[in-house]
Design a protein. Sequence first.
Length: 254
Amino acid sequence: MTKRKAEENMKKICLLLVLLLVLTVSGCNKNNVKETNTNADDNKQGTSVNENYEIVKETYTSGKIAINYPQIKNLNDENKQKKINELIKAEALKIQDKYKEELDNIDLSLDYEVMYKGSDIISIRYLGLAMTKSAAYPINEINTTNIDLNKEQVLKLSDVVNIDDNFVAAFKEGKYKPYIEGLNLEEAGALHDALDNFEGNGLIDEFKQPDVKFYFTDNSLVVSAYAIHAMGDHFEMGLQFGDLGDTLLIKPKK
């Protein structure tokens, strides 16, 4: 890397750090756990085993931990509804495992958004901030849950796609999706730097981890990858189902 190129990259990182600091301060001054509204149109978007279901909000709190998570209601099969809701809650609270040594000294808040609500799959994304006493700055957290409603099972990325060089190529060619207003790696000219942080089989290794974050939308699979703190701690790329070809193993039914 030339000296000029290194200086340009340092300028990008410094700019992103300033933007991230402003966004973090703004976020800390607000109630980070906000209610996700479900209106009548949302309830019409999907069914489970041909049954209409609704989404309601529940909140887990413990000390300075507050995690909003969804629960489904109005399934005719009460046993299925109970099992799915237990899975959703358990997956939502798993983020605490990451901080199990510091749970008494952590300020953690997460809110959810149902990214896909269908008859076969429900896909949930959680965003928020985590701050421990030992940390120099808060971490932008992401968590996701994808459940096969028919099998009552949590889906891993390896259940959904073949994780190979073709998938990595599709990820790199995907559509960047900023997850927070005001922090856009593409506009800052830093997206390629974020992707270049993974050398060799870095992305394949990343995506083979059991806790890799991803979610569905109506027409795409969105996958999250690690980023340095100056770049937001993580970033998301959207991959159209049609662009994945035989790499795609599962996609939601329309």
